[in-house]
Design a protein around this ligand. Structure first.
Ligand SMILES: [Zn+2]
Length: 270
């Protein structure tokens, strides 16, 4: 499929249409799962569970099979969710999350139906959706597992810091470490030679605080600001190679993808 000649508007519209189709398909697949489960067809096929049939016969990965089965169970107990799936107002992750949280809370049917409205507002992230649902069902907040990728040097530094804190519990160590971080004053005067290209530590920290540790790219088409909070870089508004200075007023925070994107645009123009 060669899409390189399609105009941007058409490309976006086609993608939106395909997603609508994908949502309809998901609703259909879940309905099929429901029927297979009701007939216990997996037993007839020689599998001990619907999960095994989904993985070994239907070819889903274990995680994908698990999510679909959880989604199906929620739909079985809460058929009101069906039309929302079809319309794309309720995605697979939220459905499986609904199943896990409502089961843990031993929720009533009415509580589960109410929970659907909570997710209509499209929470920003899976973590936010989970927090909302746990509150709704009166459950305690779950302990979070955080996975962080880091290079060897940072890892060694982290290990050393942990040792210095001399506390056996990791979460406690993290708390102490965060509390020990100096509170930065956004009004701090930033002294840096404007001639160097790389923003120094103080300037970088000031810029990051100013940007609330989030990419500052705003789309000129949709006015939407990027949500990225990872791989943030300090970018020159007027590029360094065009004489832009490394001064606070000429700097902003961009995620690495937007930094590359903006840089390509400048290079295309100059
Ligand atoms: Zn960005």
């Amino acid at each position: 499929m060669n899409l390189s000649n399609i105009k941007n508007e058409a490309l976006l519209q086609n993608t939106k249409n395909l997603i609508k189709e994908e949502n309809r398909l998901l609703a259909k697949i879940l309905a099929h799962f429901l029927e297979i489960d009701a007939r216990k067809l997996y037993l007839e096929m020689g599998y001990g569970s619907l999960f095994l049939l989904a993985v070994k016969e239907l070819g889903y990965s274990e995680a994908s099979a698990q999510r679909r089965i959880e989604a199906m169970r929620f739909l079985k107990r809460t058929p009101e969710a069906g039309p929302m799936v079809e319309k794309g107002n309720l995605n697979l992750s939220n459905l499986s999350l609904l199943e896990r949280v409502s089961r843990e809370a031993q929720a009533t049917h009415a509580q589960s139906v109410d929970a659907l409205n909570l997710l209509q507002a499209r929470p920003a992230s899976a973590a936010e959706a989970e927090t909302k649902l746990r509150q709704h069902f009166g459950l305690k907040n779950k302990k979070r597992i955080v996975q962080i990728e880091m290079d060897e040097e940072t890892y060694q530094l982290w290990q050393k810091t942990k040792q210095q804190l001399a506390t056996p519990r990791d979460a406690e160590a993290i708390k102490k470490l965060c509390e020990a971080l100096p509170k930065t004053n956004s009004q701090t005067k930033v002294r840096q030679s404007p001639e160097g290209r790389i923003a120094g530590r103080v300037l970088r920290r000031t810029l990051l605080n100013q940007a609330e540790h989030r990419c500052e790219y705003v789309s000129p088409i949709t006015n939407r600001r990027c949500d990225n909070t990872h791989f943030l870089e300090c970018d020159h508004k007027v590029p360094y190679f065009l004489g832009g200075k490394t001064l606070q007023q000429n700097m902003r925070v961009l995620c690495s993808e937007h930094n590359k994107f903006v840089c390509q645009e400048w290079r295309g123009r100059s």
